[in-house]
Design a protein around this ligand. Structure first.
Ligand code: GTP
Ligand code: SPV
Ligand code: MN
Length: 613
C-alpha cells in the first residue's frame, strides 16, 4: 500500500515555525554581531537561533524538522540517527547557469564564469532577501573549514532559514561554538547569506563576491547551492584566496595508500562531479592486495586545500570538510562498502525513495542498492512508485550526508592540522571513448596541460543535458572562483615554489567497448592502476614513452584474479591517432573561449603534443 508521507518539499510554510529570539554567545565578536544585525534588518525573521553545534541542539532541530515536514525519521533499528529529506523537485542539483562571480569588473569572472556586477548583484538579491524570513526563524551557523588550528583553516558564518541546511552543515563542517573560538576578534570570516526563498528557479541566484569574502545564495535548498561552506566557500572563495596567498583549493579527493612495509603514499585526485571521487577515496583493494598488506584510507572525498611546505619544499594537503555529501544510486556493498558503512547511522538521505514498513516506520531505497526493490514506495518527487513504474525511484543525483568519522577507513591524519605530503595528483574524466585507462604526464607543466584539458561527459550533479563531453579544467570548471586565465597561470607557477613536485597522472575508468559495456571493472579493482601510480612515484614501475605520456605496458598492470586478458588491457590503453586528433580539435572550444587569455604554456604543450602524434 502506498502511504501518505509527512514530507513535503521545502516551502515557505514548511520552515515557518518560529522560535524565541536567542542572543549571541559571549564569544561572538563585534564584526560578526554587526553583520548578523544587517542580515536581520534585511531578512526580517520572526526569530533567531544562534547554532552552537551541541548534540541536544541537533536532536531538537531534527524533532522540529520532523514536525515541520522537512525530515522523516527513519527506522531506528535499521537506520539509527538517520533522516530522510526530499527537496523541491525543481531543486535537486547544482544550477551552474544561476551561479555568478561578482565584482566591479568582468575580468574577475573570466571566460568560463557567469558574471554579475557586484553592485547590481547586491541590489538584485537584496530585493529578494528583503523580508524573506518573515514568519521564519533565522539560524546563524558558525563553522570552520579545515581541521581545528590548521594554518589554512577558514571560518565562515552562514545565515539561513533552512533546518535542513543547519543539519547538513553540522555533518559537513566543524560547526558550532568552536568556530567562534577559532575566529577570536578577527574580522576575516566568510559571510554566507542564504534563504530558500520560495524555491523558484526564476528567483534563484548563487552569487559570490570574492573581493568581499561574501556569498549570497537565494532560492535553493540543495547541496552545493545551499551548503555554503562546500562548493561556494571551500572551492570558489578559497580558490580566489589561494591564488592571492600562494595555496590551492581543488575539487579533489585525498587518500592514503599504505603498502605492506607500512609506508604511506598520499594521493589527490580530481574527477568532475559524479565521476568517482567518493568511490575512489574509499576504495577497498581486491583480497589479494589486502592479504599482502595493502590498505587504502580516506582523508577526503571532494575538496582539498594544498600549500607548499617551506621546510620540505613539498606540496601538503588538508581536506577542509568533515563529512561526505555523496551520490547514493549505485552505492552498495560491492561497489562501495565503506560508503554504505559511513551511512549506517547519523546520516541524512536526500531525494532517494521512501518506503513505509509494516510497523509504520520508514526505510529508504535506491537503484543498485543491496536491497530488492520495494513493492511500493514514494519516489524522489513524492509520487507513488512501484517496480513497474518504469521510472527511477531515487533521483540520479540523490545524496547521502554522512559524518566522516563514520568511515571505517578514515585516515588518522584526516584531522591533522598540518595535513599530509602529496606524492601524486590524478586527473580523470568520464569518457566512453578515446581516452586510455591511465597515463603519466611527462612533468608538472605537461600535467597541468593534461588537467586543464580534461574532457568529461556531463552528469546529473548539475542541471542540464547529461552525457555530453565538455572541457572541465581540473574538474573545476563550475568551481573556479575567479578568472580561469589566472587560475591556470597559478597552477603553472606553483611548480617554482616546490623543490620536489607530485607526479601527475590521468585515468579513465569509463571506457566502453563496441557493445557499450565498461571495459574496466572499476571500483575496488582500480587498486591495480593505483598501485602502478604509487610504484611510479617511487621509481619502482616501468613505463613506456608514448605521445600522451608515460604508459604502463600490458604486463605492468597486475590482472591476477581478473577476468581481463592482456589484449583487453591493450585495448584499454590503446591510443588511436585519428581519435586523438579529433580530441585535440575538440579542445579548441576551450582554447577559443580563452583566446587572448591563454597562458603560453598551454599553447606550447599543445604544439608539443601535436608534434608527438
Ligand atoms: P560528486 O560528489 O558529485 O563530486 O561525485 P564523485 O566524483 O564523488 O562521484 P562518485 O564516487 O559518487 O561516483 C559517481 C558515479 O560514478 C556513481 O554512480 C558510481 O557508481 C560511478 N562510479 C564510481 N567509480 C566508478 C568506477 O570505477 N567505474 C564505474 N564504471 N563507475 C564508477
Ligand atoms: C558536486 O556536484 O561536485 C558535488 C555535489 O559534490 S554538490 O555539493 O551539490 O556540489
Ligand atoms: Mn563534488
Amino acid at each position: 500500500m502506498v502511504v501518505e508521507t509527512p514530507v513535503k518539499p521545502v516551502s515557505i510554510s514548511s520552515s515557518s515555525s518560529v522560535r524565541a529570539h536567542s542572543s549571541p554567545p559571549a564569544d561572538v565578536n563585534k564584526h560578526v554581531r554587526a553583520w548578523v544585525e544587517e542580515g536581520v534588518a534585511l531578512c526580517k525573521p520572526d526569530g533567531i537561533q544562534w547554532v552552537d553545534g551541541s548534540k541536544a541542539e541537533r536532536e531538537g532541530l531534527f524533532d522540529q524538522g520532523v514536525q515541520d515536514g522537512v525530515f522523516v525519521k527513519l527506522n531506528p533499528q535499521k537506520w539509527p540517527g538517520c533522516y530522510y529529506h526530499r527537496s523541491n523537485s525543481n531543486d535537486v542539483a547544482r544550477t551552474e547557469h544561476l551561479t555568478f562571480i561578482c565584482g566591479p569588473s568582468s575580468d574577475i569572472a573570466g571566460a568560463t564564469n557567469n558574471f554579475m556586477n557586484d553592485k547590481d548583484a547586491y541590489k538584485k538579491l537584496g530585493g529578494l532577501f528583503d523580508g524573506c524570513m518573515r514568519g521564519r526563524t533565522m539560524y546563524v551557523i558558525p563553522f570552520i573549514m579545515g581541521p581545528l588550528g590548521s594554518p589554512l583553516a577558514k571560518v565562515g558564518v552562514q545565515i539561513t532559514d533552512s533546518i535542513y541546511v543547519v543539519q547538513n552543515m553540522g555533518l559537513m563542517t566543524r560547526m558550532g561554538d568552536v568556530a567562534w573560538k577559532q575566529l577570536g576578534d578577527d574580522e576575516e570570516f566568510t559571510k554566507c547569506l542564504h534563504s530558500v526563498g520560495d524555491v523558484n528557479p526564476d528567483r534563484r541566484f548563487v552569487c559570490h563576491f570574492p573581493q568581499d569574502n561574501t556569498i549570497w545564495s537565494f532560492g535553493s535548498g540543495y547541496g552545493g547551492n545551499a551548503l555554503l561552506g562546500k562548493k561556494c566557500l571551500a572551492l570558489r572563495i578559497a580558490s580566489y584566496l589561494g591564488r592571492q596567498q600562494n595555496w590551492m583549493a581543488e575539487h579533489m579527493l585525498l587518500m592514503a595508500v599504505q603498502e605492506p612495509s607500512g609506508k604511506k603514499t598520499y594521493v589527490a585526485a580530481a574527477f568532475p562531479s559524479a565521476c568517482g571521487k567518493t568511490n575512489f577515496a574509499m576504495l577497498v583493494p581486491p583480497k589479494k592486495y589486502t592479504d599482502e598488506g595493502w590498505k587504502v584510507t580516506t582523508l577526503g572525498d571532494d575538496i582539498v586545500w594544498m600549500w607548499v611546505d617551506e621546510a620540505s619544499g613539498r606540496l601538503r594537503a588538508i581536506n577542509p570538510e568533515a563529512g561526505y555529501f555523496g551520490v547514493v544510486p549505485g552505492t552498495n556493498s560491492k561497489s562501495n562498502p565503506n560508503a554504505l558503512k559511513a551511512c549506517a547511522k547519523d546520516t541524512i538521505f536526500t531525494n532517494v525513495a521512501l518506503v513505509k514498513l509494516e510497523d509504520g516506520t520508514y526505510d529508504v531505497w535506491w537503484e543498485d542498492s543491496d536491497w530488492p526493490a520495494p513493492a511500493d514506495a514514494l519516489d524522489w518527487q513524492g509520487k507513488a512508485w512501484t517496480p513497474t513504474s518504469g521510472t527511477k525511484a531515487a533521483h540520479p543525483n540523490s545524496r547521502f550526508t554522512a559524518p566522516m568519522i563514520n568511515n571505517p577507513v578514515l585516515d588518522p591524519a584526516a584531522n591533522d592540522p598540518n595535513g599530509v605530503p602529496i606524492s601524486a595528483i590524478i586527473f580523470g574524466g568520464r569518457r566512453s571513448h578515446t581516452i586510455p585507462l591511465v597515463f603519466q604526464a611527462f612533468n608538472w607543466l605537461h600535467g597541468v596541460y593534461v588537467g586543464a584539458t580534461i574532457g568529461s561527459e556531463t552528469t546529473a550533479a548539475a542541471t542540464g543535458q547529461v552525457g555530453v563531453v565538455r572541457r572541465d579544467p581540473m574538474a573545476m570548471l563550475p568551481f573556479i572562483g575567479y578568472n580561469i586565465r589566472d587560475y591556470l597561470v597559478h597552477w603553472f607557477q606553483m611548480r617554482k615554489k616546490m623543490t620536489d613536485c607530485p607526479r601527475i597522472f590521468h585515468v579513465n575508468w569509463f571506457r566502453k567497448n563496441d557493445q557499450g559495456k565498461f571495459m574496466w571493472p572499476g571500483f575496488g579493482e582500480n587498486m591495480r592502476v593505483l598501485k602502478w601510480i604509487v610504484d611510479r612515484c617511487h621509481g619502482r614501475a616501468y613505463a613506456r614513452e608514448t605521445p600522451l605520456g608515460w604508459m604502463p605496458r600490458a604486463e605492468d598492470i597486475d590482472l591476477d584474479g581478473l577476468n581481463i586478458s592482456r589484449d583487453d588491457l591493450r585495448a584499454l590503453e590503446a591510443v588511436d591517432a585519428e581519435g586523438f586528433k579529433a580530441e585535440i580539435l575538440s579542445q579548441e572550444e576551450l582554447f577559443l573561449k580563452l583566446a587572448g587569455d591563454l597562458p603560453k604554456e598551454m599553447v606550447f604543450q599543445r604544439e608539443l603534443l601535436i608534434s608527438r602524434l
